[in-house]
Design a protein around this ligand. Structure first.
Ligand code: SF4
Ligand code: SF4
Length: 210
């Protein structure tokens, strides 16, 4: 079952208290991930948008007008891999309706309402040993193809440990939704198949005690 609106509200609240870097990284790139600058961009700003997590739309619909909404139903072709392309979604998503949103005016970000994807960027979850008993969540830097360049990914400045810890805790909750778990597991298995185990950002490796 999807997480409740109140659970999403709590996750937003947790992430309101921390930031990945102690400055506004948007000034480095002109808010490239929000689709407002020409910074190294390969697509039109109008093409930029993001999926909400299952159930997150119930919270966003409390104040829906600053976003452009579209609903997309996951179809057979979206869950099918070809020689050229990996499946977009795992089989459990077939027939599900997902909300895809775009900010009407990214220069006027409604920070208190910004979706989880904005709050978790530029990290991604990865499941080591996905689907096995030894499965373990780690955070990595975003390695998906992006239509822009993010200085936090390219230049790898140190990210706040408090922020990473909070993002990790948020993912522990998100992964209790079986759909989200399936999606992360699919991405993790594909990543390991394509490039092997990724570099772990969090949790930090424990130092050996001599
Ligand atoms: S997360 Fe990256 S792309 Fe987005 S505003 Fe910060 S530096 Fe720019
Ligand atoms: S909600 Fe804010 S942070 Fe997210 S894409 Fe829109 S303007 Fe950028």
């Amino acid at each position: 079952m999807a997480l409740s609106k109140e659970t999403y509200r709590e996750l937003y609240r947790k992430l309101d208290e921390v930031t990945p870097v102690p400055y506004d990284c948007g000034v480095l790139c002109g808010k490239a991930c929000c689709g407002v600058s020409g910074y190294d961009r390969a697509v039109e700003d109008g093409d930029m948008g993001l999926y909400l997590y299952p159930g997150e739309e119930d919270l966003q619909k409390e104040d829906p007008d600053w976003l452009r909404w579209s609903e997309e139903q996951v179809e057979e072709e979206d869950i099918t891999s070809t020689d050229e392309f990996a499946a977009l979604f795992p089989p459990s998503f077939l027939g599900k309706e997902l909300s895809f949103v775009k900010c009407k005016d990214p220069m006027q970000c409604h920070r208190e309402h910004r979706p989880l994807q904005c709050r978790l960027f530029p990290t991604q979850p990865h499941l080591l040993h996905a689907g096995k008993r030894r499965e373990r969540l780690v955070l990595i830097l975003n390695d998906m193809d992006l239509p822009y360049t993010c200085p936090l990914i390219e230049e790898e400045p140190p990210l706040s440990q408090e922020w990473l810890k909070t993002v990790y805790e948020v993912w522990e909750v998100l992964l209790t939704d079986p759909l989200v778990h399936d999606m992360v597991a699919l991405n993790s298995l594909e990543r390991e198949h394509d490039v092997g185990q990724p570099t772990v950002l969090w949790p930090r490796a424990r130092r050996k005690l001599n």
